[in-house]
Design a protein around this ligand. Structure first.
Ligand code: ADP
Ligand code: MG
Length: 393
């Protein structure tokens, strides 16, 4: 689960991670009061979306920059007006972009130097790793590609936490002066504690900055949490912003379906994550592209199947549907009944290929046949995949 920069910074402050003073506004009516809470002087106006690269992004109406330097509060008000409810496209949003529904105003900091700092879980060592670089504020992938020697990594033993010698090593590699080092040490320890205690999956601060008076501040904050650990953190779940999530995925989660929207045009309804993955692969193998990953689970009820079918049919990119069921625990007839019911409710104008196999398959096939639905049946996965790819072509 991702949160916004302004939310991440509020959490940072609780852990002693220094950030510039800021205030968020969730409606245009709140702009003035948010700005009034900041000291006079230059303000940075920041679009809040769950994607990076905002500074270099462009809005769909041509307005440039999702992060703007404003000399005065009056300028800040004007920029905020241009960003709010506008759609921002960045290298991370995809061409459709994201609608900006929150604006964060933050005091402009005097930047001496920009650094990169991140903490994430390293899957190779199964340990948290701190990644830092002297090259901050820019795309870290480019730094990793062109000058990998400028990226430092420190692996933390989760049983001990971050050790003082590791903090010193990192600070030395970043080349900080004594006053900066003292502030950086506090920030690093706070950020690691935050990462650890909140079950974060990734914390990225790009840029981390030093100021002419040797302060060390987190200027940006991108944080995601391990969804499997959210049950331990109701206060973090409360930060979830449904505006940033695909409505189809929200609907699916209500019914306990594992659904992830993708860019293709062949919808898949499958039981079991492994079968769902291989169904997507086989669609790709025969030259098609899946519109989604959808696992109705091992023991889906008829209601879940109806909900799944409706979600699929609600996606305007979908040009055809492939149902691929292997009934182990799943009763094929439950799936068949769910399909018939859903189609009765919402209608079906798209090609539908169904491959059913396993538990109670005869009854399932009989239900589909008796329904009079115009569907194509596939004998094997390969047969079914080829048929649907051909039908949407
Ligand atoms: P993104 O990474 O999404 O583009 P950032 O928050 O990193 O957004 O902002 C882009 C750039 O704007 C930063 O690299 C930094 O140079 C500048 N910036 C952001 N916040 C501030 C601030 N409070 N004071 C001064 N400059 C800032
Ligand atoms: Mg950034």
């Amino acid at each position: 689960m991702n949160i916004h920069e302004y939310q991440a910074k509020a959490l940072f402050e609780k852990y002693g991670v220094a950030v510039p003073k800021g205030a968020a506004a969730r409606s245009a009516a709140e702009f003035e009061s948010a700005l009034a809470s900041l000291p006079d002087g230059a303000v940075i106006v920041k679009s809040q979306i769950h994607a990076g690269g905002r500074g270099k992004g462009t809005f769909t109406d041509g307005f440039k920059g999702g992060v703007k330097f404003a000399k005065t509060k009056a300028d800040a008000l004007e920029y905020a007006g241009k960003m709010f409810n506008n759609t921002l496209v960045t290298i991370q949003t995809g061409p459709a972009g994201r609608k900006v529904q929150t604006i964060y105003f933050t005091q402009a900091s005097d930047i001496k130097k920009e650094y990169y700092l991140a903490i994430l879980l390293d899957r190779n060592t199964s340990k948290p790793v701190i990644v830092a670089s002297t090259e901050g504020g820019v795309d870290i992938e480019t730094v990793a590609h062109n000058t990998p020697e400028k990226i430092f990594k420190i692996v933390i033993d989760p049983a001990y936490g971050i050790a003082d010698f590791q903090v010193r090593e990192l600070i030395q590699k970043l080349g900080l002066n004594p006053a900066e080092s003292k502030n950086a040490a506090k920030l690093l320890k706070g950020l690691y504690t935050f990462f650890w205690e909140t079950d974060a999956a990734m914390v990225e601060v790009n840029p981390l900055i030093t100021t002419p008076d040797d302060k060390v501040l987190a200027l940006d904050a991108k944080v995601s949490f391990d969804s499997n650990a959210l049950y331990r953190h109701p206060e973090i779940v409360a930060l979830r912003d449904l505006n940033e999530e695909d409505p189809k995925e929200i609907e699916a989660s209500k019914y306990g379906l594992s659904y992830i929207a993708l860019d293709g045009n062949i919808a898949c309804l499958v039981n079991g994550a492994g079968l769902a993955m291989s169904t997507m692969d086989i669609i790709g193998h025969f030259g098609g592209t899946p519109a989604n990953f959808l696992d109705v689970g091992g023991g889906a009820s008829k209601d879940q199947v109806v909900a799944a079918f409706k979600i699929i049919l609600g996606d305007k990119n979908v040009k055809g549907i492939l149902v691929n069921i292997f009934g182990g625990i799943m009763d094929c007839n439950v799936i068949a009944t769910g399909i018939v019911e859903a189609v009765k409710e919402v209608g079906l104008k798209l090609p539908l290929v169904v491959r059913l196999e396993g538990n109670n398959v005869a009854a399932g096939k009989a239900t589909l046949a008796a329904s009079g639905l115009a569907l194509v049946s596939g004998d094997t996965m390969a047969d079914a995949a080829q048929k649907i790819v051909k039908l949407v072509a």
